[in-house]
Design a protein around this ligand. Structure first.
Ligand code: ATP
Ligand code: MG
Length: 576
């Protein structure tokens, strides 16, 4: 490819609406252009990288026994009604009607469609295991599309689905995909970690996310300094508190008492007013889970891990209750809720770390009033259930090995795998006959990789102030060849080398523009091509070529006769 005729609209200025590096650099490198909020055109340079990531994915999926198919982007409402997701998927699902008034949506994911295919085509355990995948655009009407391709509304995803006869077989399929995902991201040249994850809207019970480590990552990951436990902070377990203190003689406890706290609603205000530490307070958070009120009790200095609470309740939607609901349920105004003497009998879930608290403070469900001298072990009813509800923190002890401490990383989720069980096969009637002729629901797994997000994550992880530094395996071109000095002989020599490299299947971009060297070099750095070759009058006279690797600061010289062999070796050595 020649730069003079290639659609490569690089920009000098930093676009004003871009904040993260990958977004800025993809715009500046002429890779993407916005068409609508969260909807982007992929220009030729970006598409080359996308195709490379896709190729790696295809090779690894096929090596792991998966088969590629292609499902429609437009999906009928009926199958979503069958799975039960039409009503609760929420506003991310872009729904519309055709001219006859039939309901449709743009596919945000394809569990329903694939289950529909497989239930019609597969009837016996002998046809299992089956693993199918596709690479396609997805649409999710994200509430806040941002950071360019990182969180778009339309984006390219590889989604795969496995079908097995039993749980054991399905876990095996899951493990095979887990290994394949490790190979995909390793081959993409990324530094990543697989971490335990919550299952969210897709559902199921076992899940790992593949997180690319990057400062700008939206996700926080906690990982043990000693063992290999690592989890998204949404999911990371907390060590059970030491409960010895709770068994102190009950007679020493003070009697429960009301205390006036006029206008003091927040944890900070109450703690300051009563001159106690925040960890002596218990906050009572009221939510609606699929429209039913429920409360979570957390120590004042802790945060609720909403995703943990949601998966504990196994609900589809968990929302903070509004003022009206809070008043109805508790009998008191917002800011004074507590677990004792509520007006309605709602489920009360208490975090483990609340149980050993001594002489604590809770809301009294009454205006301007709290209760103090609360001892959960004495005062909380049997009906309250204890669970791990709070968000774990950096430096806390690891709950698995008990030796290490949590370290925190920021990550970009580029892939996620789920063990689904029969969440879709049962409601959608995807059954097969087993060995004994009995009908059984197929046991499923699903596996996603954000192709366009992976491209963005690679840039987040590898760039400098001049531009992108592509890993060789996903670089749009491996080599950029820059003749400098605007000299006929130089241009001719560059042309010859260009042809030679093309013949050797090196992916080379020839910067044949009549531009100053500085302009060419800046663009080469910006678009991040791993190897830059320079031919000028002097190097030509010396029968040499200057080689500069994008990730190194110094260049070096190679004899003209040797350059082809050396480049091929260099590309291979860098996993190109
Ligand atoms: P997130 O938590 O970031 O919203 P998700 O967990 O909803 O993502 P999955 O359903 O697991 O996403 O989708 C599989 C993969 O698709 C993700 O790991 C991610 O790489 C990619 N992906 C999801 N949403 C987006 C988006 N809005 N823009 C770009 N890529 C996305
Ligand atoms: Mg996910």
């Amino acid at each position: 490819m020649r730069v003079s005729s290639y659609l490569l609209p690089t920009l000098k200025e930093v676009p004003s609406d871009a904040v993260v590096s990958s977004h800025v650099l993809m715009l500046r490198a002429g890779m993407i252009r916005k068409l609508a909020s969260g909807v982007y055109n992929y220009l030729p340079l970006a598409l080359r990288t996308i195709r490379k990531i896709e190729k790696i994915i295809r090779e690894e999926m096929e090596a792991a026994g998966a088969q590629e198919l292609l499902m429609p982007f437009v999906q009928p409402a009926e199958i979503w009604q069958e799975s039960g997701r039409w009503d609760y998927y929420g506003l991310e699902l872009l729904r519309f009607q055709d001219r006859k008034g039939a309901g449709f949506c743009l596919g945000p994911t394809h569990e329903e469609v694939i289950t529909h295919i497989v239930r019609n085509e597969i009837s016996s355990y002998k046809q299992l295991p089956l693993n199918l995948f596709q690479i396609q655009s997805k649409f999710r009407d994200e509430i806040r599309p941002r950071f360019g391709l990182m969180r778009g509304r339309e984006f390219i995803m590889k989604d795969g689905y496995s079908f097995d006869i039993s749980k054991e077989a399905a876990i095996k399929s899951y493990e095979i995909m887990n290994q394949a995902y490790h190979r995909v991201f390793t081959r993409c040249g990324l530094s990543f970690r697989a971490v335990e994850a919550e299952t969210g809207a897709i559902g199921g019970s076992l899940s790992h996310e593949f997180q690319v480590l990057a400062q700008n990552g939206e996700d926080s990951i906690l990982s043990c300094s000693c063992c290999d436990y690592a989890a998204n902070i949404e999911k990371a377990q907390c060590l059970m508190p030491d409960e010895k203190s709770a068994s102190v003689e009950l007679d020493h406890f003070k009697a429960l008492e009301e205390v006036l706290t006029p206008g003091k609603k927040s944890i900070e205000d109450v703690a300051e007013f009563l001159r106690i530490e925040k960890n002596r307070l218990i906050k009572t958070l009221i939510f609606t889970a699929d429209s039913l009120p429920v409360a979570a009790l957390i120590r004042g200095d802790h945060d609720l891990a909403e995703a943990k609470f949601k998966s504990l309740l196994a609900c589809n939607e968990l929302l903070p209750a509004d003022e009206k609901v809070i008043e109805q349920v508790t009998g008191g105004p917002v800011g004074f809720s507590g677990p004792l003497g509520m007006k309605s009998d709602i489920p009360l879930w208490v975090d483990f770390s609340v149980r050993p608290m001594m002489d604590a403070v809770i809301g009294a469900n009454k205006k301007d009033t709290h209760l103090w001298h609360v001892y959960p072990s004495r005062d909380f009813s049997e009906k309250m259930e204890y669970a791990d509800l709070r968000a774990a923190r950096k430096d806390e002890n690891c709950p698995r090995c008990l030796k290490g401490r949590y370290e925190m990383f920021q990550g970009i989720e580029v892939g996620q795998i789920f063990y689904l069980g029969t969440k879709y096969s049962e409601p959608m009637n995807a059954f097969v006959l087993d060995e004994s002729g009995k009908k059984r629901p197929m046991v499923m797994g699903c596996y996603g990789i954000g192709v366009t997000r992976t491209m963005a994550a690679a840039i987040e992880q590898s760039h400098d102030d001049k531009g992108i530094i592509w890993p060789m395996s996903i670089a749009p071109f491996q080599v950029i060849l820059c003749p400098v000095g605007n000299d006929d002989l130089v241009n001719q020599a560059a042309e010859e080398l260009y042809q030679e490299l093309k013949e050797r299947k090196v992916e080379v971009l020839l910067d044949d523009r009549n531009e100053r060297p500085g302009v060419k070099f800046n663009d080469a750095d910006l678009i991040g091509i791993p190897i830059r070759l320079v031919i000028g009058k002097r190097t030509l006279a010396e029968n040499r070529v200057e080689v500069k690797l994008r990730w190194q600061s110094e260049s070096f010289f190679v004899d003209r006769e040797k350059i082809g062999d050396d480049l091929v070796a260099l590309i291979q050595a860098n996993h190109g």
